[in-house]
Design a binder for this molecule. Sequence first.
Ligand code: AKB
Length: 314
Amino acid sequence: MKRILITGALGQIGSELTLKLREIYGADQVVATDIKKNDSEAAQSGPFETVDVTDIKQMMETAKKYKVDTIMHLAALLSATAEAKPVVAWNLNMGGLMNALETARELKTQFFTPSSIGAFGPCTPKHHTPQDTIMRPTTMYGVNKVAGELLADYYYHKYGVDTRGLRFPGLISYVALPGGGTTDYAVEIYYEAVKHGRYTSYIEKGTFMDMMYMPDALRAIIDLMEADSSRLKHRNAFNVTAMSVAPGDIAASIANYIPGFEMSYRVDPDRQRIAESWPDSIDASAAREEWGFTYEYDLDKMTQDMIEKLREKL
Ligand code: AKB
């Protein structure tokens, strides 16, 4: 990775990944792209181009202009929004991915795109979900993610594109808010706890899903991209996780640092249904074995850091 183009660079992952990559590889070496520019640090601290990922000409021209050797394709609709607008989701998630892979093929770049725990479905083993297992998701987002994993494998086998990916759990961060995901509650809860000392969860108290703190997610992306290709058996996409938690666990963890924190529940049936179709906990042993995946933040350490950083920010 020497010169990197990021799509969806102003989204939840992109806002922080752009800055991290600029810190490591140099500000001019990381081209942030998104559908619209804003005044965030990611948009202002280095090259930025407006790119609609459904427009292959725009993407290809931008990649050629900067002579990139790596594409990180992050632009996508998350699970709850994709479920509300399935056709839009198919066109953006699959059309965007296809265009990004074609650009990578033509320019012979390395390629990263995230998959998700959303790629799994109700028939998947729920606990310690293995790397290779039944998928059969029941959401449009999940269908996109499984198809995306297979498509990225296809580009590797057919064209030799060095494609790599991670099945991310819910990602928690204090920098940019997620939008339209099922796991968004795990970010909102910290903002509301710091601002108002209470939160109403749209996911039931005991519904477990995997989560990870953003610094660990960024390191996982970079470690995977830097890993020796010959060690990778899976490529698209590795299970990674740092914790399996339910809303009740996060509330209890917050209460240790914000005494009197109040949690209540008003379940959103649509997002609850999505959450219940996903695993409770996934097994990341393939990522550990093939490229040395580790994480630093467990629930308690993440809660401490989130509260400290949000108190400064808010
Ligand atoms: C979502 O909830 O849609 C995402 C994900 C787990 O992929 N955060």
